[in-house]
Structures are given as C-alpha cells and as structure tokens.
Design a protein around this ligand. Structure first.
Ligand code: GLN
Length: 503
C-alpha cells in the first residue's frame, strides 16, 4: 500500500492535509462528509472554548458548493478542506469580534484578503476562533468574547491540560488544531502569537516575512508588525496552506510586498546536508526551564543526525526586544484603536450627554483592561516631550535588532532556539501581572521586530509532559527553507503526530 493509501484509512481528523485534499479530489469522501465530521468534533469538544462563532448551515452550504466544484473537476489545491479563522480576520459569513466587547455583534461587509484567498483555493470555513482582545496577549486570558456553548467570556483551554492556557494570542487556533477540531487554522503574529501557541499546544505554525500575507481585513493591532500565517499539524500541511495565503495585495495593503505567490510544498524532500543552524547564545540562558532546554537540545541533536551543522551565533540585543516591542506595539495600537469611537463600528454606549461623553463611555465600556493599558502606554510614548525619549529610541534599537540578524545570517542559514522560556502555564498563574506575560515573549519578539519569517514545530515534551516547540527563524523570504528544515525533522520524529489524551 502506498503512503497516500494508508493515510486515507486514518480517521479524517488525523489525515495529513495533502491526503485529505487528495481524497476529496478523487471523491473518496465528500466535502460535506468531511465538514460534518469536524463539526461533530467541534460540538463534542465545545468545552475547550476555542470557537467564538459557528454557523453549521453556512459551513454546510459552503461544503455543498465545494462538492459541486469537485464534481465539475476542480483542481483547486484545498477544494473542500475545512479550516477556521482567528476572529481577527473579518468575514462576511460569520460575525467578527477580535475578542472584544467593542465589536460584539459586528459583521463585516467583506472578507479579509487571507480569507478570500483561502476560499478561492476551495476552503470551507467552519467558524471563528477565540483570541486575546485585538490580539493583545500571550495566554488567551484577555479575550472578552463568549465562546460558543458558554454564557460568559472564558479563556481557551489547552487540550493537553485543560487547567492551562493554550498560549496567545492565536490560542483558539492552536487549541482547535491540537484537539483535531479543524485540520488547520489561520492566525496572526505581531510578537509571537502564532509561534507561541503552536509551541504550547504541540502543533506547527508559521508566520511569513512581514508583507508577504495581506493585512487587508485583518483587524489592526500594530501595523508594522502584524502578519498573518497558519497553524496545522505538520510543516507539510502549513506549506500547503501558506501557499494560498501569501501573495501580493498591492491595491489594498500599502505594506504588501510585490513578491509572487510561491508553492511552498516544492522541495520539502531534499536532504538537509550542510544546513548551518545558528544558535543564539542569548536564547539559551538561565531563564530557560530545564525541560524546555532538554527538548530543544534533543531536537538540535536530531538535526545534526540529519546532516545539519550547529553554529554558535550572537543576537546581543535580545533582551532589549521586550521594552522596544512594548513601546512600538502600544504606540501603533493607540493609533489603530482610535477608530473604535462608537460611530462607525460595533459597540456604542447607551447613555451619554454629548459627543465627547459618548466617545468616553463607549471606549470605557468596550475595551478590556489590557487594551486600555496599551492605549495609555502608546499615547504616553507618542506624546510631545516623551516621543524622543521612548518611541524614537525604540525605533533606533529596532533597526539595530534587525541589523544583528543580518550579521548572524552571514554565519548560518537558519536560526534555532526555544519559542518560549517555559511550557504553557496554569490559567490564572500570571494573575494581574501583565509583565509576567510580556517577559515570556522574549524569544519571539526579535524576529517580529525585524520582520523575519519564523515558525514553531513540535520538538518534544518538557515540564509536566507539556509540549515544547522549536523555533526556526529565517532570513527575509526564506519561508521555504524553514518549512523544508521542519519537514525533514518531522520525517524523522513523530512529535507532530501525537495527540492529547481524550482527543
Ligand atoms: N504577546 C504579544 C503581545 O501581547 C504578542 C501578541 C501577538 O503576536 N499578537 O503583544
């Protein structure tokens, strides 16, 4: 039996996307059957809190249309494949909240470009996924939206241990994929929001080079950092999805790059011989949990066996990435979120005396604590008298961080290290200390500030048996190289195939 044949006998939710798409194309299974299978799993595992919107009839009708196209011989790469979108992408067929009270009840008149591109590739949308409010967070605990099946806002639970966070901000995306409620999902990464939840939930996720995926219709948090990407089980699945997600959108996104779409599934099988993997000394310091370190070290040994060479490198400004990011991101957020004023979108205060009072009450009621904190920090660092001291300095160091990477890439082809210093922590463990969340972003922020592509792939298990991700960072436009390196690792290991107990 060929590999593809044996994969067809797996349960639908364990099939690699390539095999699932092939089974759909050869009409061994219909798009409607596939969607029904996943919708049933979504109902069964509703208590994870991963979904903010589901509309089974809409999904069924999309699946029926995919079946009609399949009957007519469609060769679209993802025809009939079900996916779900982080609730930060606007969608016409489902409500969009960005995890905020501010947008409760909002429905977009159009689809985000990423959503549109995936629909053009044949995808059936199964719903919208929980996330931190306006993608601000590392644990999903900042979501102010009510998950499907709940009667109040609730954080997403990590399928590996339901008392823990799934990571954030794309926590619903990572939890849904890890629990096999969908075979893949979209996410966004401003400072680590694809890589970190992928790591915490034991799945694969990639954020492409800044500008490769359109930001049109992706609700803006920090525009110079926000980037769409995908989460799935394997690098090969991610390659398939990312090939449809990336591509120029010059008329609608001013930072979209004029770089043609690429088929990332090509070349995944080539040997790794001679790949130089740079290990930044700063990523392996004292703060790293021993179990995370052990899993990352073991993964690097595996890479050596596969023919890669490990090279020590320096990223000397790694620690500065935290203050720099937490100045620049709030600065941009404070400007982006000024559009939510009760006039054009979503929530408006019920009782007010005049226009100014309406703005104030709307924003006070509509935004959660973390969003307000960032608006205040952002407004402060941009204000006259502080701009030079904070914002301008942060921009200068941002440039130096990007230069450090270019220096490092003279000695290596990809950079590897941990995604986060620890495994997923317990819900509530960081309490009301936002700094504890910020500090945990240390290894993902540098690549975001530099606009580089980065990914996380399952590398093993650390403290309390929780998943650990290996982060790979590439130079600009090196997504294919990252996916290739990850795919070769996944051919030699099975961490990406493991599923949480009870799933
Ligand atoms: N944890 C980071 C933050 O809260 C990153 C979030 C993201 O990438 N969207 O800003």
């Amino acid at each position: 039996m060929s590999a593809a044949m044996s994969e067809i006998h797996l349960p639908l939710h364990d099939m690699p996307l390539r095999a699932l798409a092939q089974a759909l194309r050869s009409r061994q299974v219909s798009a409607l059957e596939v969607s029904e299978h996943f919708l049933a799993r979504m109902r069964q595992h509703q208590s994870l809190g991963a979904f903010l919107a589901v509309d089974e009839e809409v999904s069924r009708s999309q699946a029926r249309m995919a079946d009609e196209r399949l009957a007519a011989g469609s060769t679209a790469p993802l025809e009939g494949v079900p996916l779900a979108h982080k609730d930060i992408f606007v969608t016409r067929d489902f409500p969009t909240t960005a995890g905020s009270r501010m947008l409760s009840g909002y429905r977009s008149p159009f689809d985000a470009t990423v959503v549109q591109r995936l629909a053009d590739a044949g995808v059936v949308t199964l719903g919208k996924l929980n996330c931190d409010e306006f993608a601000m967070g590392s644990a999903n605990e900042n979501s102010a939206a009510t998950p499907v099946g709940f009667d109040a806002p609730a954080p997403v639970r990590n399928p590996w241990d339901r008392s823990r966070i799934p990571g954030g901000s794309s926590g619903g995306s990572a939890a849904a994929v890890a629990a096999r409620l969908v075979p893949g999902a979209t996410g966004t990464d401003t400072g680590g929001s694809i890589r970190q939840p992928a790591s915490f939930c034991g799945i694969t996720g990639i954020k492409p080079t800044y500008g490769r995926a359109s930001r049109y219709g992706m609700i803006a948090f920090a525009s110079s950092l926000d980037q769409a990407g995908v989460l799935a089980h394997s690098a090969e699945d991610c390659a398939l999805l990312l090939s449809s997600v990336c591509g120029p959108d010059l008329d609608r996104d001013s930072t979209s790059l004029d770089r043609p779409a690429e088929d990332f599934t090509q070349g995944l099988e080539a040997p790794l011989n001679g790949l130089r993997i740079g290990l930044p000394q700063e990523f392996f310091g004292d703060g790293l949990a021993p179990g995370v370190r052990a899993a990352v070290d073991a993964a690097l040994k595996e890479y050596e066996k596969l023919g890669a060479r490990l090279v020590p490198i320096r990223l000397p400004r790694t620690e500065l990435a935290i203050p720099v990011y937490y100045i620049i991101a709030p600065a941009e957020a404070s400007s982006n979120l000024s559009r939510f004023d009760g006039v054009k979108f979503g929530h408006r205060a019920r009782h007010y005396v005049d226009l100014l009072d309406m703005y104030k009450k709307t924003r006070a009621e509509g935004f959660g604590d973390e969003v307000k904190r960032r608006i205040m920090i952002g407004t402060y660092v941009l204000s006259h008298g502080y701009y030079d001291a904070y914002y301008l300095q942060a921009q200068k160091i941002r440039r130096m961080i990007a230069d450090d990477f270019q220096q490092a890439f003279k000695d290596c082809d990809v950079i590897a290290g941990p995604v986060a210093p620890t495994v997923a922590w317990a819900i509530g463990a960081h309490g009301s200390d936002p700094l504890a969340d910020y500090l945990a972003d240390i290894f993902t922020l540098p690549a975001s500030l530099a606009g580089l592509p980065g990914m996380s792939l399952p590398a093993g298990f650390g403290e309390d048996g929780m998943p650990v991700g290996l982060q790979l960072i590439g130079n600009y436009f090196q997504e294919a190289r990252l996916l290739h390196a990850a795919h070769r690792f996944q051919q030699a290991t099975d961490f990406h195939l493991r599923s949480p107990a009870g799933i």
